[in-house]
Design a protein around this ligand. Structure first.
Ligand SMILES: *[C@@H]1O[C@H](CO)[C@@H](O)[C@H](O)[C@H]1NC(C)=O
Ligand SMILES: [Ca+2]
Length: 333
């Protein structure tokens, strides 16, 4: 009986693994003053870990880790919580106009699905527009073999509320700069843009090239609430994609905030201890995964990416059905 339970467990684990294998998730999360004091709250750290472990790549903002201890603790926590994957991170230097208030951009990523192929700290010295940013973008290029797009560039930004319009417009210059420097079209801009409510007036939007350029698609719709507080509803956190190719390789309608308060049944107070923002996330299309026990079906796969995925999940379902049949036989044997 004991070995049968083990078998059942491993069967359930394989179901979970097969399901998870079809996603590639990119997230952006403003952690609200993440540093030493937050790491001392174990419930908060547990929730953060669960949230970040959903993502293949997760941009963290408002990392204020002056003692440089919080990020290593977060990574250790992630690696012991989710042993299916290994997590690592690349971080910017501490950024900000004043000595007393600095933040880092951090990209946490799964080393088994993603590799970092480039990083670049934007110098913010553009002639005529020197020092446009308070927290200059720390741009990272990722290679992700299981995605259809294969390689892409992420430009992070946590804008300063009082200068949101200017910084968002200047992000357009960063985009042009990176496209030229790294000879790529496949760029995503993401983060807490403060792009709503009092910080980005409707009348000013026409001056923001990141909004007016038709080559850019804003995936998180206006009127989406990315704030935890029940008294606020603002679309501060955004994911913006550049170029036809990248737009095509995004899973349609997958961009959304992740409401961890309802998902993990927290009170508003408990959720606010974690952050005052929800993470935002989007799925990238993945190439067909290997089909266990069913070579014939995989040989027949010559259709488009979408059809392929449907076929793959269909045959996955079939093989799981066969597997569960065996498990059932062994349990009753
Ligand atoms: C807003 O931008 C101006 C001009 O670059 C700068 O001098 C000022 O310090 C910025 N405000 C904040 C709070 O960073
Ligand atoms: Ca600057």
């Amino acid at each position: 009986m004991r070995s049968s339970s083990l078998l059942l467990l491993s069967f359930l684990a394989s179901v979970a693994a097969v399901r998870g294998a079809s996603d590639f998730r990119v997230c952006a999360f403003n952690l609200h003053h993440f540093g030493d004091s937050k790491t001392k709250k174990s419930a908060v750290m547990h929730t953060l870990t669960r949230i970040i472990a959903r993502c293949d790549v997760c941009l963290l903002q408002e990392v204020r880790d002056s003692k440089a201890t919080a990020l290593p603790q977060l990574l250790t926590g992630l690696n012991s919580y989710d042993t299916e994957h290994k997590y690592d991170a690349v971080a910017s230097v501490r950024l900000g106009r004043s000595e007393s208030y600095q933040e880092q951009y951090v990209f946490v990523y799964r080393t088994d699905t993603v590799t970092v192929t480039g990083q670049y700290q934007y110098p913010d010295d553009r002639p005529g527009d020197v020092d446009a940013f308070s927290r200059e973008p720390f741009v990272v290029r990722f290679k992700a073999p299981k995605t259809v797009i294969k390689e892409f560039v992420l430009i992070p930004q946590h804008t300063t509320p009082v200068n949101t319009t200017r910084e968002l417009d200047a992000l357009y210059d960063v985009l042009q700069h990176m496209k030229k420097l790294w000879k790529t079209q496949n760029v995503m801009l993401l983060g807490d843009f403060n792009a709503d409510c009092g910080y980005l007036a409707k009348k000013n939007r026409k001056y923001v090239r990141l909004i007016t350029d038709t080559e850019l698609v804003w995936l998180i719709e206006d009127k989406t609430d990315t704030t935890v507080r029940s008294t606020t509803s603002c679309t501060y956190d955004r994911i913006v994609v550049h170029g036809e190719t990248f737009v095509r390789e995004i899973v349609p309608l997958s961009a959304k905030p992740f409401n961890f308060q309802t998902e993990y049944r927290l009170t508003e107070e408990q959720a606010l201890e974690v952050s005052d923002h929800y993470p935002v996330e989007v799925l990238l299309k993945v190439i067909k995964s290997k089909v266990p026990f069913n070579g014939a079906t995989s040989l027949a796969l010559t259709g488009t990416e979408e059809t392929t995925n449907q076929f793959t999940s269909h045959s996955k379902f079939l093989s799981l059905f066969v597997l569960s049949h065996y498990v059932f036989q062994m349990l009753t044997w």
